[in-house]
Ligand binder design. Structure first.
Ligand SMILES: Nc1nc2c(c(=O)[nH]1)N[C@H]1C(S)=C(S)[C@@H](COP(=O)(O)O)O[C@H]1N2
Ligand SMILES: [Mo]
Length: 325
């Protein structure tokens, strides 16, 4: 049972009013019939487990042969499946936490392709199976800290990003990796609105991408990712704020410039490209010192690098820990 003590901060709080649409306006602009959506919620079928499974927003296929990883976070209570899959940020399906589960049934995660481009030897467009098949799946339990000051503990299933990168052989000119979400307004109703500049983009410096903690996730709780969590494949970098975890990736480009990630473009005075979790640097509009762990009652302290400093702090040795990057 999710206890909502206070309304969470949302990106819309820091988004120019001219671009931000309220929920009803969003649904209308996205072409989702507002009346029908409301009626749908009242219908017994909308919450029916079989219907949710069919539309890809409920429990999905079981993933076989998932190995537990020694890099998993231990000693923390896992956030429930229900909270992880019903309290989401995925603006392609609406600006409110409950929107992705309600609206992401239109996303078709198969067949899916991932295009590899830029300064890389093995360029091309690869099917999801071809892209993921060579690797054993690992369970990685990680904390996830959203910039809005809520957090979860999620048992992801994924593949180390460094193994995938190595297979495609980036050249020495590749300094950053740019990730792009699929652009498909027919399946992603939010992309029919101007809420964000679409498609969603994220980036990592090459050495960050090669850090053993970075994974591309294809599942959670040993099941395929539900659509609202970024099916079929999304980035997870647990030492960074959640917005770095770009969902439903369809392009990966190796580039020689720092990618302009979506939220940096939207709020240049908010977070930058690195977005490492840092309790000592407040967002211009709120403190990042504490967080609300979803499913628990009390706020808790936020840790530098979200508690992963031992593994990643050396990547940032030249940077001022009191500054926003
Ligand atoms: N394409 C895309 N990826 C996205 C987002 C989004 O709106 N669109 N939201 C981000 C934010 S702000 C967070 S906190 C995480 C949330 O992941 P979750 O819903 O699986 O918990 O996804 C990130 N990835
Ligand atoms: Mo977030």
């Amino acid at each position: 049972m999710l206890i909502r003590k206070a309304p969470d901060l949302r990106f819309s709080d820091i988004t120019p009013k001219s671009l931000y649409l309220r929920r009803r306006e969003f649904l209308k602009a996205a072409g989702i019939a507002v009346g029908a959506a409301a009626a749908g919620v009242a219908s017994p079928f909308a919450t029916d487990a079989a219907a949710q499974q069919k539309q890809g927003t409920g429990h999905g296929g079981k993933l076989a042969n998932v190995k537990k990883s020694p890099l998993s976070t231990t000693g923390e209570k896992l956030t429930s499946w229900d909270d992880i899959t019903s309290y989401n940020n995925f603006y392609e399906f609406g600006p409110y936490k409950e929107d992705p589960k309600e609206n992401a049934g239109t996303l078709k995660p198969r067949p899916w392709t991932i295009q590899i481009d830029g300064f890389v030897e093995k360029k091309g467009t690869f099917g999801f199976e071809e892209f993921t098949h060579p690797y054993p799946l690992e369970e990685r339990v990680y904390r996830m800290r959203c910039v809005e000051a809520w957090s979860m503990v999620i048992p992801w299933v994924g593949i180390p990003l460094k193994d995938i990168i190595a297979a495609y052989k980036p050249t020495s000119q590749a300094k950053y990796v740019e990730f792009v979400t699929a652009f498909n307004p027919a399946q992603m109703p939010g992309q029919r609105t101007r809420m964000l500049p679409w498609p969603y983009v994220e980036g990592l410096r090459m050495d960050e991408a090669m850090n053993p903690l970075a994974i591309l996730a294809v599942g959670l709780y040993e099941e395929e990712l539900p659509n609202q969590d970024g099916a079929p494949i999304r980035l997870v970098t647990p030492w960074k704020y959640g917005f770095k975890g770009i969902k439903s990736i369809s392009k990966i480009r190796f580039v020689d410039y720092q990618p302009k990630n979506t939220w940096q473009v939207m709020t240049p005075h908010g977070y930058g490209s690195y977005a490492n979790v840092n309790p000592n640097v407040a967002h211009p509009r709120w403190s990042q010192a504490t967080e609300r762990r979803i499913g628990t009652f009390f706020r808790q302290k936020t840790l530098p690098f979200n508690g992963y400093a031992d593994q990643v702090a050396s990547l940032y040795s030249g940077m001022d820990p009191k500054k926003l990057y």
